[in-house]
Design a protein around this ligand. Structure first.
Ligand code: SAH
Length: 356
């Protein structure tokens, strides 16, 4: 039975699914889930990410984490964590770049938060020679050590619920059946406490999203950082607050119909950074000002790094490098759409590249 048939049968039996339930099934169904069954990254896959575009991304993240570690007194043991590490490319670049920082790698206990068995296997292969530990949830990260963490394009994969405003209430958008096929519909109107603050900046007919999984994860990171030290760098597309339907499906690098082939396309939604920042503050952590990726990478020296790499290159390889630099930083490419939120202990300096 395909996931689509499975979902149709389930909806017949128990009624429409929230968008979040639909997303969760599509992405992480144990047998048919998108992430469970494949490596979706790269040219042959469905989408690409900053670390897959260029080694410069992971190198600069690595050096920012290491500088944070130095600024906080070089704790002699700490957790070096990544949430949703994909192929492990970013962490491999972090570890290579930070070889130049004496004591950093020796002090690091590498932990990956990863749900996909397929990607865990790829990560093990990429990180051969290191001994990463895999965890299912951010809440499982050790709580007794400083935490230096990165999450790139992780939060956008977490399921969102969608609500359409109707007066002072909200109707939930759901996936149900239309002529026997999957179709969008709306549930009944109800007040939503989680959306009280969105009555200020929306009007009738506006659609807003909530990602219920996001705050507990930000809170788990923040609590560790507030208590033991460390920093977290959260990089993703989105903004302080999102408005409108940002749910998108991507297949073979092209936008696809969200309902057409459950489990066969990547599904993501924009990240609402305000929710992460609030959860971090509530857990006693400070956060930097939300900063566009392009600005962040420029401050960390991506242009100097690109120039250094360019010295050994010519022809296509040089053109690829120039294109990668542009793609990561240019405001019309990833530079502005992607943002960086940094978490740090209130008494410490913000992570390099970020303002308080
Ligand atoms: N950070 C990588 C990969 C991004 S794709 C990169 O930049 O290339 C999203 C990653 O998050 C994948 O590794 C996916 O398997 C993982 N993931 C998605 N939802 C998850 C969840 N709920 N819990 C743990 N990992 C998850």
């Amino acid at each position: 039975m395909s996931l689509k048939d499975d979902l149709i049968a389930r909806i017949r039996e128990t009624g429409p699914l929230s968008i979040a339930d639909y997303m969760a099934e599509c992405l992480l169904h144990p047998v048919h889930g998108y992430y469970t069954t494949r490596d979706p990254l790269g040219a042959a896959g469905d989408f690409t990410t900053a670390p897959e575009i260029s080694q410069m991304f992971g190198e600069l993240i690595g050096l920012a984490l290491a500088q944070g570690w130095i600024n906080q007194g070089r704790p002699e043991r700490f957790v070096l964590a990544e949430l949703g590490p994909g192929r492990g490319t970013l962490m491999a670049d972090v570890l290579r770049a930070t070889r130049a920082v004496p004591g950093f790698a020796e002090a690091a206990e590498i932990c990956f938060v990863e749900a996909s068995p397929t990607l865990r296997a790829t990560q093990a292969e990429t990180l051969k020679g290191y001994a990463p530990r895999w965890l299912h949830r951010a809440e499982d990260l050790p709580a007794d050590l400083p935490l230096f963490a990165v999450a790139n394009e992780f939060f956008d994969a977490l399921p969102v619920r969608q609500f359409l405003r109707h007066g002072a209430g909200w109707c939930e958008r759901r996936v149900g059946l239309r002529d026997g096929a999957l179709g969008f519909g709306l549930g009944g109107e109800a007040p939503q406490t989680a959306l009280a603050h969105r009555l200020e900046d929306t009007s009738d007919g506006d659609l807003v999203e909530i990602c219920e999984a996001a705050a507990p994860i930000a809170s788990a990171l923040a609590a560790r950082i507030a208590a033991r030290g460390g920093i977290a760098l959260i990089v993703d597309y989105g903004d302080w607050r999102s408005l409108g339907d940002t749910l998108q499906a991507l297949r073979a690098h092209e936008p696809a119909d969200v309902l057409a082939d459950p489990g066969q396309a990547d599904l993501t939604a924009h990240v609402d950074f305000e929710v992460l920042a609030q959860a971090a503050r509530a857990a006693g952590c400070a956060h930097g000002r939300l900063t566009p990726q392009g600005v962040f990478l420029e401050r960390l020296g991506i242009t100097a790094r690109a120039q250094a790499l360019a010295r050994g290159l010519s022809g296509d390889a040089l053109e690829d490098l120039v294109a990668a630099h542009r793609r990561l930083t240019h405001p019309e490419e990833m530079g502005n759409l992607f943002k960086v939120l940094g978490l740090y202990p209130p008494q410490a300096a913000p992570p390099p590249g970020l303002d308080p």
